[in-house]
Design a protein around this ligand. Structure first.
Ligand code: NAD
Length: 334
């Protein structure tokens, strides 16, 4: 198959490209290599893919409508894995327009490309942040998600709504994947895993929000990648459904939504302990109040993913953190 991966220089995009390389596909990856975080890390991920003969990279901004239309018309993709976005909850309070450009305009341009290019399946990244202020755990795709508490979350929810419209109107099969706090080698410098490791190794304090009273369903990168790759072959079809009123994840259109999370929440301080253990150093904690836009807990119900793919995320936090710290030390020579 000919595949497009958007955001291929990103944390998850790089890992997906690496996993799919050598499987008989032709892979085109795009990214605008923006400077939201260290561009040299994005470049290093692309360099890491340089030996993959079946992977081609093009620098392109998804907000550029004409360039995206031309890409789809010229290449003719069978399937699209759309991961490019402006991520980060906290940064969406500072620079909301970056989210409108990448996540709304960019997503629309991808949908239009898929529509006109008659793409067989669009798999795109949503986020656990769409669960917003929901109290009920574990979070399930059948829960209503109408109370986002950051613009980032609102754009991800908008992505799901836009995808549904295209599935309904143009028979475009779309699957949204709500990822839960992804971590692991080649991870993102704006996330806790990276920040904690860097600070602890440097003997600097780490900022611990909500005084440590938080939990996250930390999900190891390989589990996310396995979920994406398996879901790529689970193409949603039009269905006969008597009523969709009370079932936010059910539709007559060829449209699907899944959580990909480990399925077990980890207390933030337990996560800090895992980083201490992996680094062999003690953390100096700078306890801070809750950050605006943040949620106190996330926890994925992963039954639907299991039913669709036969897969359950496997890597526990001790092992995952150990692998990240090992990668970090090798990469930065610490
Ligand atoms: N990492 C997580 O914990 C997590 C959790 C939930 C959802 N997600 C979602 O998963 C996807 C991938 O996240 P990630 O962690 O790999 O982030 P990332 O920032 O490492 O990767 C995203 C890539 O997209 C590129 N990009 C951004 N705007 C673009 C544009 N307009 N045109 C082309 N390229 C553009 C960036 O340069 C970057 O390389 C995102 O959609 C993100 O919102 C990630």
């Amino acid at each position: 198959m000919k595949l497009l991966i958007t955001g291929m220089a990103g944390f998850i995009g790089h890992a997906v490209a690496k996993r799919l390389s050598g499987q008989g596909h032709e892979i085109v990856g795009i990214d605008n290599l923006n400077a939201y975080y260290d561009v040299s890390l994005k470049q290093a991920r692309l360099d890491d893919l340089a030996g993959c003969q079946d992977v081609r990279f093009l620098r392109l901004d998804l907000a550029d409508r004409d360039a995206v239309a031309e890409l789809f018309a010229k290449e003719g993709f069978d399937r699209v894995i759309h991961l490019a976005a402006q991520p980060g909850v906290r940064y969406s309070l500072e620079n909301p327009h970056a989210y409108a450009d990448a996540n709304l305009i960019g997503h629309l341009n991808v949908l239009e490309g898929c529509r006109h290019g008659r793409v067989g399946h669009l798999v795109y990244a949503s986020s656990s942040s769409v669960y917003g202020a929901n109290d009920k755990v574990p979070f399930d795709t059948s829960d209503h998600v109408d109370h986002p508490i950051s613009l980032y979350a609102a754009t991800k929810k908008a992505n799901e709504l836009m995808a549904h419209t295209y599935s309904h109107l143009y028979e475009l099969p779309t699957t949204g994947l709500r990822f839960f706090t992804v971590y692991g080698p080649w991870g993102r410098p704006d996330m806790a895993m990276f920040k904690f490791t860097r600070a602890i190794l440097a003997g600097e304090p780490i900022q611990v929000f909500n005084h440590g009273d938080m939990s996250r369903d930390f999900t190891y990168i390989d589990d996310i990648v396995e979920g994406i790759v398996r879901i790529l072959d689970v193409v949603p079809e039009r269905r006969v459904v008597s009523s969709v009123d009370d079932q936010p994840d059910t539709s007559r259109a060829p449209y699907a939504l899944y959580n990909i999370g480990h399925g077990s929440p980890v207390a933030l301080m337990e996560f800090v302990r895992a980083v201490e253990q992996a680094t062999g150093r003690e953390a100096v904690c700078d306890f801070q109040p809750m950050q605006p836009g943040d949620v106190p807990r996330t926890w994925a119900d992963t039954e639907a993913l299991f039913e669709a793919t036969g897969y359950r995320p496997k890597v526990g936090v001790q092992e995952g953190v150990r692998r990240f710290v090992e990668w970090y030390r090798g990469y930065y020579g610490d």
